[in-house]
Design a binder for this molecule. Structure first.
Ligand SMILES: [Zn+2]
Length: 288
């Protein structure tokens, strides 16, 4: 008995067999993963977000082997970011097809103001300097969002730079909640919006503006102002291009918050325009 206890718990032969078995299992699980991937490619032939990716079988995730030989799951480099964009669009009520269709060529320029808007977009795309932004402000439904998305897509197509879509209505509740929690979650959540290239903030201060009895903007929710100043000021300091659309004009914003108003003005000049006119959504447009 005493002698046996001094021997290794597992004999050398047994250890070799176990190692071989472990290797086989690992290989098998890889094959199974590949099988699952193939299955996913076939099964999710039309993924809900419309993004086809053979790299990850439309799951948005890939498995990687780290140095210890363990498998970890990571975002798919080929499609994860696009899926996030699609998710954000869906949450804000724009389908990827509508987004795709927002082009300069599909922008309806049949009024004096819409022709000016389109001319400014073209001028911006031709002459933009690093970090320079673009902004359309004023009446709802005049094509501000359509044109801003079109400019974003041209930035990506023409200059091969990425762009990011920030739906104010959709993203802000999460950011404000994180800010109020005083946790690292807030820093993590805003970092991307502070640092990414070419950010389009759609419908800035939507639902956050309070109007006075004279129907002019009188105040903005303090939490909204805090988060937006944080993001916009960081982008200003880092010289990151930002595109804006908003129903509140820059001069109206300046009267409520001078610091933020002057930051935005400095970021977008001379490519800012106040848009007035009829609401085209009432005439059957999809993204206005
Ligand atoms: Zn993928």
């Amino acid at each position: 008995m005493g002698k046996e206890q001094l021997e290794p718990a597992v004999s050398e032969d047994r250890r070799k067999t176990l190692l071989q078995k472990a290797k086989r299992l690992k290989k098998m699980s890889k094959e199974q993963l590949e099988e699952r991937r193939q299955w996913a490619v076939g099964t999710i032939a039309t993924p809900p977000d419309g993004i086809q990716c053979s790299h990850c079988g439309n799951t948005g995730f890939i498995t990687e082997e780290n140095t210890d030989g363990y498998e970890t799951v990571a975002p798919c480099p080929a499609c994860y970011e696009r899926r996030q964009v699609a998710r954000r669009l869906k949450a804000s009520g724009i389908s990827p097809e509508d987004y795709e269709n927002c082009r300069l060529t599909t922008f309806l320029a049949d009024t004096e103001i819409s022709r000016q808007m389109l001319a400014m977009a073209n001028a911006y795309l031709t002459s933009r300097q690093p970090g320079q932004g673009f902004g359309l402000f004023g009446t709802a439904g005049t094509g501000k969002t359509h044109l801003c998305i079109a400019v974003c897509q041209e930035i990506t197509r023409k200059y091969n730079e990425p762009h990011y879509y920030f739906s104010y209505r959709t993203e802000m509740p999460t950011l404000i909640k994180a800010m109020k929690s005083y946790s690292n979650a807030y820093d993590d959540a805003v970092r991307k919006w502070k640092e990414c290239d070419n950010l389009y903030i759609d419908d800035l201060f939507k639902m956050a503006v309070r109007y006075g009895s004279d129907k002019n903007p009188a105040s903005i929710e303090p939490d909204d102002l805090k988060v937006m100043f944080d993001i916009i000021n960081a982008r200003y300091m880092n010289k990151k291009a930002t595109l804006f659309s908003s129903e509140i004009a820059v001069n109206e914003l300046s009267q409520i918050d001078g610091a933020l108003g002057s930051r935005i003005y400095a970021m977008i000049k001379p490519y800012g325009m106040k848009v007035t006119g009829e609401n085209r959504r009432l005439q059957g447009g999809t993204v206005a």
